[in-house]
Design a protein around this ligand. Structure first.
Ligand code: IVH
Length: 671
């Protein structure tokens, strides 16, 4: 293709991709398959590679990230980024409304919005093109995080349909709960400490240097303010609605995310509705925001030094109780990560008895300045584990002792290390610390790895106690006599266990690789590595450069792999596994096809002819993709017995095809 054809083709593809992106992410109404979308994107990427000077800053290829920001430049805000005055009291909302009424001396329409719990952003568009995105910072200057914001699919890169020339959009970038939980599940799998909450993780993600990681994590954005529009004859509510036609994702009125009302009763109704319903939202909010709708009235009311008089936020009270900190204990994960846990005097909170709260890491303890026997405030947010949010200093005893983070491992007494740039402490005794050793075996036998029938954490414990195993490969030399002598083990269960172990030798290489529990190597990374290197020998001898050449394998994963294979005892485990016949070479897949290329599946429930993992393997050998949670994008839900009702409900709501095991088999045979 010559250059002038390329100009046109790039323009055509970009336009088409933008349209599909909007249909998919903003309107949740795609009209092509993921596969076709990916093919268009690939075509555009290839053209941009061929003609780099034609690649536009706002090209749809930027959505997948790739730009690295070394240092976030400080940028002055054109319009100061103020905060909101807030209250926990309905009376104060009424007082605010009365003051506003007095100020404008006429009727007021109120806009009620959700107060999204994320990270504020100002996005500037000039001539319809995203120019720059800046965090709040100190309100007058923020950080330029444009490359990362470009990866957020609901933020348009170019505007359409009569957009204003130079505008700034204010909104909140947040972590949808589904994506947040998925990220933490992945972290668990990879042996990495979990993130504490969606809000901090959203702001942390926004400031990552590698925009590719930002793209993967799936942040989202709602807009709540528009600056720089000349014609402000209408109100805020109307302008927000109008901005939808320029391509923005606006909060839907149908879900009551935004509402206009002309009475304070209407405002209260909105507050009460969301106080009750906020737990069902797919993202976190910490309150609602009430604004005066009319821009002229907003101008009359003006600002105090810190916040507008035309808006106020009503914050929901998180349920909070106080109790005493009895002890801090420390958990050791399978990769040696140390998590401090607060052991509390049991107390009732939100219908459950709370005895423990996660303290996450040493910095958290330091920040709280926690002392033993402190009277602490405990809250339950969106997370399952409650958190300590403060300390009642009045109740602190004169001789109370500060909590000092431990220096050595509570299980094996090895001195802990904290690597540069990390918040977590680790026990470096990976192959000698009993808790880590057990944790590694438990990971190895897990459902997503070797899936060994008849073997659970309790039996692993018993096997360790009896001195029969110290690492995963030892499982393969267990004898019937050894196993049957364990407590609560009958002939039948001993046989089951040994059969299960024997059968696990058929588990494909990618799952064995995942089962090895290499730090940062989760299920997806293991699949990628297995596909690329095809054997443990090739993988263990690959150079750093060869490793990072693989898509999605970055420096950190490559370093973790190299560290793993440099360790003698890991090599010893790998060699023993090889010797007993565990799959350490990728099998060429038989019966494979690409018939389900571009289709995504969710397998849920219990099946008659196949295990869940077998069904997933069939899907993958035929080009399909298994995903963890349902979205409009999901092609099929393969539903077995005992499928969770909430999943079923979601599938129905999103009109995703639900098929039975029999229908799945038919699909496999017929196509
Ligand atoms: S309006 C002049 N509306 O809350 C300030 N803010 O405390 C205008 N926030 O930094 C802000 N949802 O990040 C507004 N619907 C909403 C909001 C919202 C969340 C955040 C925003 C701001 C903070 C103010």
């Amino acid at each position: 293709m010559n250059k002038s054809d390329a100009v046109q083709e790039i323009e055509r593809l970009s336009e088409e991709l933008r349209r599909h992106n909007h249909l998919y992410y903003v309107e949740s109404n795609p009209d092509i398959s993921d596969y076709d979308f990916d093919m268009l994107l690939k075509k555009l990427q290839e053209l941009e590679n061929q003609f780099p000077d034609l690649a536009q800053e706002n090209s749809p290829t930027k959505r997948v990230g790739g730009d690295i920001t070394k240092k976030f430049e400080s940028v002055e805000h054109k319009y100061a980024m103020l905060s909101l005055s807030n209250t926990y009291s309905e009376d104060e909302i009424e007082e605010w409304a009365a003051r506003a009424l007095k100020g404008v001396e006429s009727k007021i329409e109120y806009v009620c919005e959700l107060k999204y719990d994320g990270c504020a952003i100002g996005i500037q568009y000039v001539d319809g093109k995203l120019k720059q995105a800046v965090t709040r910072g100190d309100g007058s200057k923020g950080e330029n995080v444009t490359a990362n914001v470009r990866t957020i699919r609901t933020v348009p890169l170019t505007l359409k349909n009569g957009f204003p020339e130079d505008i700034e959009i204010r909104g909140e970038i947040f972590f949808p709960l589904d994506n947040f939980h998925r990220l933490n599940e992945k972290r668990r799998e990879e042996g990495e400490p979990e993130f504490a909450n969606p809000r901090n993780t959203a702001s942390g993600t926004l400031k990552m240097q590698d925009s590719r990681i930002v793209a993967e994590r799936g942040l989202d954005c709602f807009l709540y303010g528009i600056y720089g529009v000349d014609d402000d004859s209408e109100g805020h509510f109307e302008l927000v609605q109008k901005s939808a036609q320029w391509g923005f994702k606006v909060p839907p009125t149908s879900e009551r995310y935004i509402e206009k009302t002309n009475s304070i009763d209407g405002v209260m109704d909105f507050i009460h509705y969301w106080d009750e319903k906020r737990k069902d939202l797919p993202f976190e909010i910490d309150g609602v925001v009430i604004k005066v709708n009319n821009y002229d009235q907003q101008e009359i009311l003006g600002f105090t030094a810190k916040s507008p008089r035309w808006a106020i936020s009503y914050k929901f009270k998180a349920e909070r109780v106080s109790t005493f900190l009895e002890e801090v204990t420390y958990q050791v994960g399978r990769t040696g990560a140390i998590t401090p846990v607060a052991n509390l005097t049991p107390v009732q909170l939100g219908g459950t008895t709370v005895k423990r709260a996660s303290l996450h890491n040493a910095d958290q303890i330091e920040k709280l300045d926690l002392h033993l026997e402190d009277n602490v405030y405990v809250e339950k947010g969106g997370e399952i584990i409650p958190k300590i949010v403060g300390i009642n200093l009045e109740k602190r005893g004169a001789n109370s002792k500060k909590v000092d983070f431990i220096e050595s491992c509570p299980e094996c007494e090895t001195e802990l290390v904290r690597r540069e740039g990390e918040v977590q402490h680790y026990c470096p005794n990976e192959t000698g610390c009993p808790t880590q050793m057990k944790g590694k075996v438990e990971h190895f036998i897990g459902r997503k790895a070797m899936d060994i029938d008849g073997l659970g954490a309790e039996t692993v414990d018993a096997l360790f106690e009896a001195g029969l195993i110290s690492k995963s490969s030892d499982l393969y030399s267990l004898t019937f006599d050894q196993v049957v002598n364990l407590e609560r083990m009958a002939d039948k269960s001993a046989n089951n266990l040994l059969d299960g172990i024997e059968k696990s030798k058929e588990i494909p290489f990618e799952r064995v690789l995942f089962g090895l529990g290499i730090r940062m190597v989760g299920e997806t990374v293991a699949k990628k590595l297995a596909k690329q290197f095809k054997s443990i020998d090739a993988l263990s001898t690959a150079t750093f450069d060869k490793l990072v050449e693989v898509d999605e394998i970055g420096d950190k994963i490559a370093m973790s792999l190299q560290a793993f294979f440099q360790d003698e005892s890991n090599l010893d485990t790998v060699n023993s596994l090889k010797a007993v016949g565990v799959q350490l070479v990728a099998e060429e897949k038989e019966g494979g096809s690409d018939r389900w290329n571009g289709l995504t599946f969710i397998v849920s429930g219990v099946f008659e002819s196949f295990s869940r993992n077998e069904l997933k393997a069939i899907i993958e050998t035929n080009g399909g993709k298994n995903v963890g949670s349902i979205s409009k994008k999901t092609s099929f839900v393969v539903a077995g017995d005992k499928m969770g009702p909430s999943k079923l409900e979601k599938a129905n709501k999103l009109e995703v095809s639900i098929i039975t095991e029999q229908e799945f088999i038919k699909m496999l045979e017929n196509e």
